[in-house]
Design a protein around this ligand. Sequence first.
Ligand code: PLP
Length: 391
Amino acid sequence: MTPAPGGDDEERELRVPFRPADEEGSRILFTPGPLTTTPGVKAAMSRDIGSWDVDCIRLVREIREELLKIAAGPPGLTVTPIQGTGSYGVEAVLGSAVPRDGRLLILKNGAYGLRMEKIARITGIPHRVHDEADDRPIDPSRVGELLEADPSITHVACVHCETTTGLVNPVRRIGLEVAKHRRRYIVDAVSSFGAYACGPGLDIDFDAGPIDHLVSSANKCIEGVPGFAFAISREPAVLEAAGNARSLAFDLHDQWSYMERTGMFRFTPPTHVLLAFRQALRELEEEGGVEARARRYEANHGTLVEGMRALGFRPFVPDELQSRIITTFHYPHAGFDFRAFYEKLHARGCIIYPGKLTAVDTFRIANIGSIGPAEVRWLLRAVGEIVREGV
Ligand SMILES: *Cc1c(COP(=O)(O)O)cnc(C)c1O
């Protein structure tokens, strides 16, 4: 077992107590969800509640209300939690929003755009794909041209932060084009909601576009644990989705209307995940809300990129397009052994992510979760040691 870098003083700076001591020791996750959670969030799960009980109904209500506050949108927004991961939420929204005689335009510049394309293909949603290069943002005026040219398109779907690369798409400006052409707008903000401010004129602006459905999940920037996704939708857009769903489990309207009537999930609720999520929402508020969290992630990201550059690593995405969520790095040299690099980091308690690009050799480091610059420095020190050993 390789000892972890740093000493006791450095350990005290860490946000989350952590001992990479043995096989089942804790890790610091530099991955975009699951991510490092606080002791409070983990402790919130050490309780059993009944699914049909007032405890669970209150829990679901509080979570829905709090998410609406964070969305800071116009009146008439509504929240629908959906069991599963972020992809389950995206599938429920796409499959429910687009009617049989509609057509979805998917704006793709990475793996999560590709996932929407696969969902559309497998579930039989009529669709078209606009392909952009992995290192280029979607151009809003090009979206306008596509909508102008193809009146059969009824819905447009776009990814906010493409977690494949770390690139951010201009979802607000794309939304303005979609609205100008009077189409419906769906945003995959799974990796960015909670890290980018919502509100009029801000990064995620429910009003401007307007966004009809935004999807995120419990285990990303709200810093909960995996187990459910949620859609934040304009209520008329949910009502419009009635009868469109391609399957029972992924029926957004049915899930929503059942919850509106009863306060409960249609099928078994992920009770422990919900308890953790409510605690995560409380801790987000204590931190100072999304703006404060965004500042912490910015600081993490700045420390990470500066430190990695000093160690000879180069980011894939140009700085001006780069998110504060996750960064893709090129391999530092030909013959770089990522597997060995990963395992040496694992032995030091740090978990990173492989790349997801086909054409270039890369790996990824996320800086979200309950981590601060101290955790990032811990990682950088480990990377420095490994680079000196040679990989
Ligand atoms: C994480 C993520 C998803 C959902 O992925 P799951 O593996 O289903 O959790 C969807 N879109 C984006 C942009 C993501 O980062």
